[in-house]
Design a protein around this ligand. Sequence first.
Ligand SMILES: [Zn+2]
Length: 78
Amino acid sequence: MPFRPHPFSWAPGAAERHATREGEWRGADSVAALCGAEIRPVDTVESWLWPTCVRCDVEAHRIAGVPMPRRRRMAAAG
Ligand SMILES: [Zn+2]
Protein backbone atom coordinates (compact mmCIF):
# COMPACT_ATOMS: atom_id res chain seq x y z
CA MET A 1 0.00 0.00 0.00
CA PRO A 2 1.45 3.40 -0.94
CA PHE A 3 2.06 6.11 1.67
CA ARG A 4 -1.39 7.57 2.44
CA PRO A 5 -1.48 9.92 5.44
CA HIS A 6 -4.90 11.36 4.45
CA PRO A 7 -8.21 9.86 3.26
CA PHE A 8 -7.27 10.76 -0.33
CA SER A 9 -4.45 9.97 -2.70
CA TRP A 10 -2.89 11.88 -5.56
CA ALA A 11 -3.56 10.33 -8.94
CA PRO A 12 -2.17 11.77 -12.17
CA GLY A 13 -4.53 11.76 -15.13
CA ALA A 14 -5.75 14.01 -17.94
CA ALA A 15 -2.45 15.93 -17.86
CA GLU A 16 -2.93 17.06 -14.24
CA ARG A 17 -2.21 15.66 -10.80
CA HIS A 18 -5.66 15.07 -9.28
CA ALA A 19 -6.65 13.69 -5.87
CA THR A 20 -9.12 10.88 -5.20
CA ARG A 21 -10.78 9.22 -2.22
CA GLU A 22 -10.47 5.88 -3.96
CA GLY A 23 -7.88 3.61 -2.39
CA GLU A 24 -5.81 1.65 -4.86
CA TRP A 25 -6.28 3.31 -8.25
CA ARG A 26 -3.30 1.82 -10.09
CA GLY A 27 -4.57 -0.30 -12.94
CA ALA A 28 -8.08 1.21 -12.75
CA ASP A 29 -9.69 2.36 -16.00
CA SER A 30 -11.38 5.32 -14.34
CA VAL A 31 -11.00 7.17 -11.05
CA ALA A 32 -13.31 9.78 -9.51
CA ALA A 33 -11.23 12.84 -8.67
CA LEU A 34 -12.10 15.24 -5.85
CA CYS A 35 -12.76 17.96 -8.46
CA GLY A 36 -15.55 15.87 -9.99
CA ALA A 37 -13.61 14.74 -13.05
CA GLU A 38 -13.43 11.09 -14.02
CA ILE A 39 -9.82 10.51 -14.99
CA ARG A 40 -7.95 7.60 -16.47
CA PRO A 41 -4.94 7.32 -14.15
CA VAL A 42 -1.51 7.55 -15.74
CA ASP A 43 1.25 6.24 -13.48
CA THR A 44 4.50 7.22 -15.16
CA VAL A 45 7.60 9.08 -14.05
CA GLU A 46 6.49 12.11 -16.06
CA SER A 47 2.86 12.11 -14.92
CA TRP A 48 3.85 12.75 -11.29
CA LEU A 49 5.36 16.04 -12.44
CA TRP A 50 2.17 17.27 -14.12
CA PRO A 51 0.66 20.44 -12.65
CA THR A 52 -1.70 19.95 -9.71
CA CYS A 53 -5.43 20.33 -10.41
CA VAL A 54 -6.40 23.49 -8.50
CA ARG A 55 -9.87 22.21 -7.52
CA CYS A 56 -8.44 18.94 -6.21
CA ASP A 57 -5.77 20.89 -4.35
CA VAL A 58 -8.41 23.05 -2.64
CA GLU A 59 -10.54 20.02 -1.73
CA ALA A 60 -7.51 18.07 -0.46
CA HIS A 61 -6.55 20.98 1.79
CA ARG A 62 -10.15 21.18 3.08
CA ILE A 63 -10.22 17.45 3.87
CA ALA A 64 -6.81 17.64 5.58
CA GLY A 65 -7.87 20.72 7.55
CA VAL A 66 -4.91 22.67 6.26
CA PRO A 67 -5.40 26.24 4.97
CA MET A 68 -4.54 26.83 1.32
CA PRO A 69 -1.47 28.94 0.61
CA ARG A 70 -2.77 32.40 -0.32
CA ARG A 71 -1.57 32.32 -3.93
CA ARG A 72 -3.28 28.98 -4.67
CA ARG A 73 -6.49 30.21 -3.00
CA MET A 74 -6.62 33.16 -5.36
CA ALA A 75 -5.98 30.92 -8.39
CA ALA A 76 -8.81 28.64 -7.30
CA ALA A 77 -11.18 31.58 -6.97
CA GLY A 78 -10.31 32.97 -10.38
ZN1 LIG B 1 -8.90 17.42 -10.07
